[in-house]
Ligand binder design. Structure first.
Ligand SMILES: NC(=O)C1=CN([C@@H]2O[C@H](COP(=O)(O)OP(=O)(O)OC[C@H]3O[C@@H](n4cnc5c(N)ncnc54)[C@H](OP(=O)(O)O)[C@@H]3O)[C@@H](O)[C@H]2O)[C@@H](O)CC1
Ligand SMILES: [K+]
Length: 485
């Protein structure tokens, strides 16, 4: 896990380093510029570099990088959107003030500046100080950068992308982004993620005593090695409530996910029809028909008292049967660790049953989350962190909002999971995730950890499947197969 900083937090941390730790801002800028230089030097021997500098300290980093590149034999040309700069940026700009390397970028000079050959463009137009969408001259500069054949190295964040939300319609598309101290949410959230290229996080100052951060990037996760003197009881009993006629596969995938993630004992509680299917296809789980209806679950909550589970996973393939609701409500309101997904969430949302006991993980995709929360899809997609966090806090749950970048929030802290592959945008992926999270809960992980751990493990398995089988062919079964490999 690594911490992320929003633009406001990054500015606060800069202030902390400058005012409390008494590190001059000019020195921090030099560190930032040195990191940019090293990335360029690692890829290109001395060559022509175009540097584009805006009106803030992001531009200051570019001016400082230009100086370091020049002293190492690179041929630099700087396109300046402004020559009125904050003090540290101004100091770095002045190094060039009596040279012919500066072009003031105006509609009249854009063509000549960007028609130059160059191997690299350094994008220091806009950083974390972006205060509005890029348009006008800035929009035109961004289009020129994107149209140039050179490799693009963005300073801190691709210009035009919001560091907070990843939003930005007119934005630089970078090959490499060198950010400072902490990655920003905008690097990981789409569309920002697709503009960032390879992300390099360069430490430019000490970390001790910095203001607290609440957002992390789940870029690693592993389960502890299993001790030799353990048995199936050590790893928990998971009760999965899933399946209805026509959707036995969802129950089977959740069960397979749970087995592959290490649950000690897995029992699927389902209808007669699905029980039959599971008994013929899955030998490592037990399946129990409950409720008396052959086609779907129609049981009362009393079944929970007898199943002696350490965790529940409920929802995959349940269908939309009102008779399933009493059981779902009992599961949702119990204090046992549990994960609720898919039809389980839809049924509870349709009924307005949004009362959850402790240790609850909900795993909606944006449409399911819209039904649950009443927020519009537009609000969810434009502010996923805020909407997920507000819902998690209000209902006392861990909310896992599925997406190409998955968000996990408990209302106080949150993390982003970027593991995954486009091949996973396919039916069945969510069922496997439910089973995996259920298994992690059964093994005693906290709901927050089980949620991001499950998303990470499934995402990595999906990446491996895509590496072997391409973007189209992998199925949810492949995600199960590659879990942990
Ligand atoms: N502080 C430090 O110690 C360190 C900081 N570092 C670096 O500083 C960067 C942050 O610097 P920053 O705060 O100066 O903001 P920055 O992104 O350069 O832009 C602000 C300027 O852009 C303007 N502007 C905004 N939106 C616009 C738009 N759409 N179109 C046109 N203009 C627009 C805005 O105008 P205003 O909003 O005031 O009207 C203002 O003039 C950070 O990303 C990192 O690279 C590192 O060196 C490490 C040490
Ligand atoms: K930039």
């Amino acid at each position: 896990m690594q911490f992320l900083a929003t633009p406001a937090q990054a500015a606060q941390i800069d202030r902390y380093m400058i005012e409390t730790l008494e590190i001059p801002g000019l020195l921090l800028m030099e560190q930032a510029a040195t990191a940019i230089f090293h990335e360029i030097a690692a890829l290109f021997p001395p060559c022509r570099v175009l540097l584009v500098a805006g009106s803030g300290n992001n531009g200051g980093d570019a001016w400082a990088a230009a100086r370091i590149l020049l002293t190492h034999g690179y041929d630099v040309a700087i396109g300046a959107a402004s020559l009125t700069l904050p003090p540290d940026a101004d100091a770095n700009m002045r190094y060039f003030s009596h040279t012919s390397r500066i072009t003031l970028l105006t509609p009249d000079t854009l063509d000549s500046f960007f028609s130059r050959d160059a191997a690299v463009i350094v994008d220091g137009l806009l950083g974390t100080g972006l205060s509005r969408p890029a348009s006008g001259l800035y929009g035109e500069i961004i289009r020129r950068i994107n149209a140039h054949p050179a490799k693009v190295v963005s300073v801190d964040i691709p210009s035009g992308i919001s560091g907070e939300t990843g939003a930005g319609q007119t934005a630089v598309t970078a090959d490499i982004t060198v950010t400072f101290q902490y990655a920003k949410p905008g690097h990981l959230l789409f569309p920002g993620r697709s503009h960032t290229g390879r992300l390099v996080v360069a430490k430019i100052g000490p970390e001790a005593g910095r203001p607290p951060l609440h957002l992390q990037w789940a870029d690693t996760f592993s389960l502890p090695p299993r001790a030799a003197d353990t048995n199936k009881g050590t790893y928990g009993r998971l009760a999965i409530f899933a399946g209805s006629r026509g959707m036995a596969g969802a129950a089977a995938l959740a069960a397979r996910g749970a087995l592959a993630a290490g649950a000690g004992l897995t029992t699927v509680y389902t209808c007669e029809y699905v029980q039959d299917v599971l008994q013929h296809t899955l030998s490592s789980v037990t399946a129990q028909a409950i409720g008396g209806n052959p086609a779907y679950i129609a049981a009362e909550g009393s079944v929970l008292e007898n199943c002696q589970a350490r965790a529940y996973a409920a929802g995959p393939g349940l269908g939309q049967h009102a008779e399933t609701l009493p059981l779902l409500r009992s599961i949702a309101q119990s204090s046992l660790p549990k994960v609720l997904d898919a039809d389980g969430l839809n049924l509870l949302a349709a009924d307005g049953s949004l009362s959850f006991g402790a240790n609850t993980v909900l795993t909606p995709h944006p449409k399911e989350f819209s039904r649950l929360s009443g927020c519009s899809m537009e609000d969810i997609l434009s502010s996923p962190l805020d909407t997920a966090g507000a819902f998690a806090k209000q209902h006392g749950v861990v909310l896992l909002l599925k997406g190409a970048t998955t968000i996990v929030s408990d209302g106080a802290k949150a993390c982003l999971v970027t593991a995954g592959a486009p091949s996973m945008a396919k039916g069945g992926s969510g069922d496997v995730l439910t089973g995996v999270i259920g298994a992690l809960l059964a093994q005693g992980l906290s709901p927050f950890m089980a949620a991001y751990g499950g998303a990470y493990l499934c995402g990595k398995a999906g990446e491996t499947a895509a590496a072997r089988k391409g973007d189209y062919a992998p199925t949810a079964e492949d995600t199960v197969y590659f879990l942990g490999r």
